[in-house]
Design a protein around this ligand. Structure first.
Ligand SMILES: Nc1nc2c(c(=O)[nH]1)N[C@H]1C(S)=C(S)[C@@H](COP(=O)(O)O)O[C@H]1N2
Ligand SMILES: [Mo]
Length: 297
């Protein structure tokens, strides 16, 4: 049976959003039954509005203000788009995005999304599992990590025109994290193509990790046997680790990570307690068995 990490957003009617999640499970039947649903019975995942999701962004290639990406990312050309896939894979090459996406079943999934800055949203993503792409190119047995790279194009990305950042933005996952069925390559949200400010045309979504792991506008994916460098870890290693798992018990050195402000959270309002692994502990905690999460932060 295909893995169903959360509600399909198209199945959630506005009225249903006001029911608690157990009622939703009971009403929707086996199709929607999943560990994620069973885990946090009193929380509804009311999607954040499209307006909020597309106007409050971090995409430093377009500036430091939350409004900069919406104002400036329109300049980014996303067609044609290709992804160079290489390293420890059987079929390295430059893959045209349309061809890569055509072979995939695009799913709709609602995920909690939490920035390390303690704001959060609930985003109805469209995409496919990163594992599907990795299986297609053939991961070699010696591969242990996946490295990702964002577009480097200073003529279209004003933030890349100064030397303040080690461009391009880079991120990485351990192979088991990358292969986990919750890990998406997202190509859109709310059923429409990915808005530029959210990382068009394709970005990573790793819902149990802080937002900075979810790298946008990906042009390169490399399988490696070494832990790859990641942008925020390069910039501030004492504040941003490689793992960056959402963890209310491990504070950022300069602020608490115990709660978050849900953007535009109308009825359910304001601050909510942050959940271990952003609410996905049942699915992902086993990946870190035996690791000290305060050390591997
Ligand atoms: N290339 C790139 N990817 C990026 C970022 C960035 O600045 N550049 N910001 C990250 C951070 S800090 C967060 S919180 C999320 C924000 O995603 P959103 O704007 O879609 O909410 O994108 C992540 N991916
Ligand atoms: Mo973030």
């Amino acid at each position: 049976m295909p893995f169903k990490p959360d509600l399909h957003w198209s199945d959630v009617t506005p009225e249903a959003l006001f029911l608690n999640r157990r009622q939703l499970i009971a009403g929707a039947g086996a199709l929607l039954a999943s560990p994620a649903l069973a885990e946090t019975p009193s929380e509804t995942l009311e999607p954040t509005s499209l307006e909020d999701i597309t106007s409050h962004n971090n995409f430093y290639e377009f500036g430091w203000d939350k409004g900069d990406p919406a104002a400036k990312a329109g300049a980014m050309t996303t067609k044609p788009w290709s992804i160079e896939i290489g390293g420890l894979v059987d079929k390295p090459g430059t893959y045209d995005l349309d061809d890569l996406v055509k072979g995939q079943t695009i799913e709709e999934r609602i995920y909690r999304f939490r920035c390390v800055e303690a704001w959060s949203m609930v985003v109805p993503w469209n995409g496919f599992e990163l594992a599907a792409l990795l299986n297609r190119v053939g991961v070699q047995p010696s591969a242990r990590y996946v490295a990702f790279e964002t577009l480097l194009r200073p003529e279209e990305m004003p933030g890349q025109r100064d030397g303040s950042f080690p461009w391009p933005y880079v991120e990485g996952l351990r192979l088991d994290e990358a292969m986990h069925p919750l890990t998406l390559l997202a190509t859109g949200l709310y059923g429409q193509p990915m808005p530029n400010q959210n990382g068009a045309p394709i970005r990573l979504v790793v819902p149990w990790k802080y937002g900075f792991k979810s790298i946008k506008s990906i042009v390169r994916i490399t399988l490696t046997d070494q832990q790859p460098p990641t942008t925020w870890n390069i910039l501030q290693p004492s504040e941003y680790g490689f793992y960056a798992n959402v963890n209310p018990a491990v504070d950022h050195p300069r602020w608490s990570q115990a709660s978050e402000r849900r953007i535009g959270a109308g009825l359910f309002g304001g601050r909510v307690d942050t959940l271990m692994f952003n609410g996905y502990a049942d699915q992902v905690a086993s990946l870190y068995a035996g690791q000290d999460l305060a050390v591997d932060f």
